[in-house]
Structure formats: structure tokens, C-alpha cells
Design a protein around this ligand. Structure first.
Ligand code: 4AD
Ligand code: MG
Length: 448
């Protein structure tokens, strides 16, 4: 069956511009309900879903029969007239006039994902198809906006994007979490955990820089916050101290949330996110700032009142339940600064007021989402950095170039990294980071 029509081709997202007109959509059959002489096919086209109405009497018999017997996820080109309907999720319905099937899925090989509930393992095994469901598509659209808004914030504030290598000769964050590979003639290479060390070099060349790319961690963590491959955006700025870094993180996150609210209210509804929670973040006002000591005291008090089971030991990093409790006390991201230097990376500048503390910050997202940003002021003294590298048993030779940055015109400088998937999980309100990226890589999954 072919469609002979001059009806303009449009998308579901922009269908409102064609109210009362006959248009053509190219998509897939997402759902089909029927009640005798009336069919209600729902179509999706990647930009949204729309319900069609097909009264038997209103269309040629061939069109009715084709749709009636069409299998879910078959690809179709549909023509119909756009009608406003306030009850419809998209605000519009389609009075179907004609349909052309691009590919009909055979009856004996039905689409594996039905509209009933499936287990997560089954869905992850079929991720290449699961992506088509409206909720998953909506998440990917929001992800794209978060990535664009994140880059846009730096691009429009005088930062130069300088992308670091993915293949590196040594560790950045810690040696146990590296993916190792052979690199010619008995050399080893490692997939980068963070571009930070390299963008410290580009910052000293250019002033304000950022990097944005995939990063890798061979962590044996099986939590809802950990991926082995994730995307990180990292700014690095010369002559910036910890307070300035916290201001930067605040402006950056506010910009991202504002952009998402501007264009994704319908998507957030499909995903099931309460937008009031995001509006609170985007509203004018500062993000709360707590020192590690204050956050520790908050946990001690909560434990004394029987609000949390965990007893937080002073000096330890915060675990997930600790972060969840702290972030739940605020309706905006909370910045926890000045952790004990012992639990943080070797490159962090000690606090001159208390050298047992690092001039660092972790930004904890609201609603119990935990750390989305980690950053710090960097050690700028050659001697201190060298002794830190030695204390951490890192290979001095591999870090010679990094030490050079402290030998030739060293300046105070700071930066942070935000994991895109953690930000998407928070902004969309998702249970697990595996739904925030098209094809998640986790401890026990590398297929599809
Ligand atoms: O706190 P992290 O380890 O900091 C760094 O890598 C610094 N070098 C960044 C910098 O200062 N330029 O990681 C930064 C962020 C975390 O806050 C989190 O959002 C994300 O990266 N992240 C992960 N996301 C998903 N899966 C994992 N396994 C992650 N590990 C870190
Ligand atoms: Mg961290």
C-alpha cells in the first residue's frame, strides 16, 4: 500500500503547528486498542507519541484492516488530520486517513518488549530495543540537553574546550580502578579515569578550560551510582580558589536545571519527575555550603535522634546512606567542603588553616542522589606535590610532566568534574544510572 498524498511530513513534537491540517508522520506502531468498529493506534516517531482514531466507516476498508492486524513496533508512514484534544498527553490526536507499512513485524516473531512489566535484566539484555519506549526516549532527550547546557555554560563564559587523551600512561584518581591494555612493545596503557591532570596543563596555557568526554573506572562497585564507562565534564581555572570553585559549580548546575525546565516539561512528565523539585533548584538563591565537620555533626545528631542507623566515624569519607541523609535536609544541591586530606586524592591543596583538611568540595544532589560533582583546589607547590606522589606510591617518572606545571610558573588553580549520568539520574529522578546512558557499561554487563 502506498500513500499518494502531498500532506507535509512532520513530527509529533511539532504537530501543534498543523492543527486542522492533514499531515504525514513517519514512525512505529507503539500500541493498538480496538473496540469493534473503532481503532485507537498509538504511534511514536522518536519525538513523542500520539493517539490515532480510526472509525471503520471513515477510512477505506484496506486501511482499517491493515491497522487492525498490524503488529506492535512495525514501522509505518501515516497520514491524518491533526485535531486538538485537551485530554491527550500531547494535546493532539490524529484522525487517520491512510497508512503505509514500511516493515510489518511477522506474527511469529513478535516484538520482544510488550507493554506489560518486564524485569530489569530482561530490559537491559534488550537495551537496543528498550530505548524505543517513550520513557527511555524522554530520558535520552533530557540527557542530550543536560550535555548541551553543560558545555554551553562554559562556552559562553570564556572557557576553551581542550580534550585530554583517553589512553594514558598512568593513574589520575587511584591506581586500583584502571582498565589496562597493551600499548605496543611491552608498554601498558590505561583508559583515563579523569582528564584533570591534562587540563591542568591546558589551564596553565589558556586560563579557563574544560574537557568533556568518556572516562573509565574498573571499580568493582555494583551500586545504582556506578558505571565503568561514564561521561565527565571538567572545568579547570587558574587563579581560582575553593570559594570561587563553589560559585562556579553553583552557576553551572543552576544553568543546567534552568535549561531542562525550559524545554523538557513534557518529557519530565513522561518520566514521572516532580518538576517542583527542579524549580526549587533553579529559583534564585545560594546553595547551602557545609564543612565536612558540620556534615559529620549533622550525622551524629541524626543518629542520636534515631533518624539514621549508621554511626559516622569522624575522619571517614561519607558513605551513600550518609550522603543521602545530608542531601535530604536541603531542597538544593549541598556543597560539602574541606574533607580530611587522608580520604581524598593526592593532588588536593591542604587548607592553610588546618592542613589535615583538603580544599575540596563534593556537591551532593537533592533527593538523596548523592555526589554529582567532585572538585578541589590543586597543590601548587612543587615540593609538596612531589612528596604527595611519593607518599601515594605513584611512579614519579610518569608524573614528571605534571610536576613541571609546578616548576614553570605555578599558580593557584582549581577545578571539578561532574558525571553526566549522575546528573541525569538526579534531574530525571531515576532509580539507577543504567537508564541514563544509551548503553550502560557496568560490572556485570557489556552486552549489547
Ligand atoms: O569525584 P571524582 O572521582 O573526581 C575526579 O575524577 C576529579 N579528577 C574531577 C576533577 O576535579 N576534575 O569524579 C567526579 C564525578 C563524580 O562526582 C561523579 O559524578 C562521577 O564523576 N563519577 C561517576 N559516575 C558514574 N560512575 C562512576 N563509577 C563514577 N565515578 C565518578
Ligand atoms: Mg568524588
Amino acid at each position: 500500500m502506498s500513500i499518494e498524498t502531498n500532506a507535509p511530513i512532520t513530527t509529533i513534537a511539532t504537530i501543534g503547528q498543523h492543527e486542522g491540517q492533514t499531515i504525514t508522520l513517519r514512525g512505529w506502531l507503539y500500541n493498538l486498542r480496538s473496540s469493534g468498529k473503532l481503532l485507537f493506534p498509538t504511534f511514536r516517531d522518536g519525538s513523542g507519541t500520539i493517539q490515532g482514531i480510526v472509525p471503520k466507516a471513515a477510512v477505506p476498508e484496506e486501511v482499517f484492516d491493515t491497522l487492525k492486524n498490524l503488529t506492535l513496533e512495525s514501522s509505518v508512514v501515516v497520514t491524518g488530520k491533526v485535531r486538538a484534544d485537551s485530554r491527550a498527553p500531547s494535546g493532539f490526536e490524529l484522525d487517520v486517513e491512510n497508512v503505509s507499512v514500511t516493515q510489518r513485524i511477522a506474527d511469529d516473531t513478535p516484538y520482544p518488549i510488550s507493554l506489560k512489566e518486564h524485569g530489569v535484566d530482561f530490559l537491559m539484555e534488550h537495551r537496543h530495543l528498550w530505548l524505543r519506549t517513550p520513557r527511555q526516549s524522554a530520558i535520552l532527550r533530557v540527557r542530550a540537553t543536560i550535555m548541551r547546557a553543560a558545555a554551553e555554560y562554559f562556552d559562553t563564559n570564556g572557557f576553551i574546550r581542550t580534550d585530554p587523551p583517553i589512553l594514558t600512561p598512568n593513574a589520575c584518581e587511584g591506581t586500583s580502578e584502571l582498565f589496562e591494555m597493551d600499548y605496543f612493545d611491552n608498554d601498558k596503557a590505561y583508559l583515563t579515569q579523569s582528564g584533570q591532570l591534562y587540563i591542568e596543563a591546558t589551564a596553565l596555557a589558556l586560563g579557563k578550560v574544560y574537557s568533556f568526554g568518556p572516562t573509565f573506572r574498573a571499580e568493582k562497585s555494583k551500586t545504582r551510582r556506578h558505571l565503568t564507562e561514564f561521561w565527565m565534564i571538567e572545568p579547570e581555572v587558574t587563579y581560582l580558589d575553593l570559594d570561587g570553585l563553589m560559585n562556579l559549580a553553583e552557576g553551572f548546575l543552576t544553568h543546567i536545571v534552568t535549561r531542562v525546565l525550559e524545554t523538557h516539561r513534557a518529557d519530565l512528565k513522561v518520566i514521572g519527575k516532580d518538576v517542583a523539585k527542579l524549580e526549587a533548584v533553579a529559583a534564585p538563591g545560594a546553595f547551602p555550603r557545609l564543612s565536612y565537620d558540620e556534615a559529620h555533626q549533622m550525622l551524629v545528631d541524626a543518629h542520636a535522634k534515631g533518624l539514621i542507623e549508621n554511626v559516622h566515624t569522624y575522619g571517614d569519607d561519607f558513605g551513600s546512606p550518609d550522603e543521602t541523609y545530608i542531601s535530604n535536609q536541603f531542597d538544593r544541591p549541598v556543597m560539602v567542603h574541606r574533607y580530611p586530606a587522608e580520604v581524598k586524592a593526592f593532588y588536593m591543596q591542604p587548607d592553610p588553616k588546618d592542613p589535615t583538611k583538603a580544599l575540596c568540595v563534593d556537591v551532593l544532589a537533592p533527593e538523596g542522589y548523592g555526589e554529582i560533582i567532585g572538585g578541589s583546589q590543586r597543590v601548587d607547590s612543587y615540593d609538596l606535590l612531589k612528596s604527595r606522589i611519593e607518599q601515594h606510591n605513584l611512579p614519579l617518572a610518569a608524573f614528571q610532566w605534571y610536576l613541571d606545571l609546578r616548576k614553570y610558573g605555578s599558580v593557584p588553580h582549581s577545578g571539578f568534574g561532574m558525571g553526566i549520568e549522575r546528573a541525569v539520574a538526579w534531574i530525571c529522578g531515576l532509580e539507577h544510572v543504567r537508564e541514563t546512558i544509551p548503553f550502560a557499561r557496568t560490572l556485570n554487563r557489556i552486552y549489547p
